[in-house]
Design a protein around this ligand. Sequence first.
Ligand code: PLP
Length: 451
Amino acid sequence: MIDRPPSHLFYQGRNRKPVLDQARGVYMWDVDGKRYLDGSSGAMVCNIGHSNPHVLAAMRDQMERATFGYRLHFETEASEKLAVMTAARTPEGLNKVFFVSGGSEAVESAMKLARQWAVATGQGQRWKVISRTPSYHGCTLGALAITGYAPLTAPFDPMMRPMPKIPAPRAYLDGLDPGDPLTGLHYADMLEDCILQEGPETILAFMVEPVGGASTGALVPPAGYLERVREICDTYGILMIADEVMTGVGRTGRFLATEHWGVVPDLIVMSKGYAAGYVPLGAMVAHDRLVDPVLDEGGFQHGFTYAGNPLSCAAGVAVLEVVERQGLCANADAMGDVLKARLEGLMARYPVIGDVRGKGLLLAFEFVADRHGMRPLPREMAAYDRFVQIAYGNGLIVYSRRTRGGIEGDHILVCPPLIVTEAHIDEIIEKLDLSLGQFVAEIEPALAVGA
Ligand code: PLP
């Protein structure tokens, strides 16, 4: 993206990025003074906006008291308070909170607690965790084994035990009405078929993103899907794990996305919005009935050195306070409707957009070469990457991926912080409009040749 000498630092590739100088609210500035509107909250993380004074003050206060107390030596007021606040905001019965430093750690923890619960309750034959394709549950090997996204998993396949996958409910591609309860049942049946085929007695859990994240581009489940999934899990004694790493803490307009459907999972994992980018933090929240037998049988054989770090927990407490005091779940709900309608307005003007979807402020649009056949743009165009670069040039940060329902395609996530106002949304749409115009002008000649 930027021509600068190579760095000693590396992540995915060699592209250099602008150097961040400051961030406030929904805006970020690089060291050259260029301003960006953070239209994706980083990676759907910075839910309360940048540099919130209440969180900074809470962190400063905690830093002056103690920055580290090892979890096996001390409890801290911050970790105890965050656990109480978390249990109060999750469904009844889910009262046990286990702290980690990120989403992958939370997913690993949930898989391992589920397994230890099975062993402790005489169900040692249960070990398989069913998940969906596409999906993303993290980059560590356990979380990766249940991730349905071949470009990330393929190099590591020989190092992982294969886990069963079912298709995510991609009604928009399969030509089904997502509002029809039969559509929900159709996709939920795939879970039951998989359980029966694998042997119900071997299945430990079903891991599901209630609203899909980056892997599906904000895929909302069809009517009745999650409710039926819950019933199927109950029928076969299988644990339902909600991966709310991206959706948790208000992103979809409710504290948890599962609340939209009144579904109560057995385990919930959260991370991104939980500390909103201020510190590395995540949590697994488990039902008492899972944790008690494990603690009775010698304890949970799992834990991370930085877990329950007082600074992280103090930031987490302050983030939850901000979410509540500023009514950010309700704002995500209301502003999500406004932003979605405005994205649909862009879709009406740009045939290259084939679908707009999502819930609250977890929204995405998908590029197509042909809206009727939902044919994706040619892979060589790398539209997901090119569009992000164009938007970047116009001072807007958005997030993208190339994949959909197991079929190739490009989608762009538009997920600003939950503090957005209508004026910010005007600015996002203006910059998207400009970027779409430039993008279409660039790809049109190639599309005309390919038509
Ligand atoms: N689960 C979901 C749904 C995610 O979106 C992510 C990250 O994008 C993860 C798990 C992994 O979280 P982390 O990157 O913090 O390890």
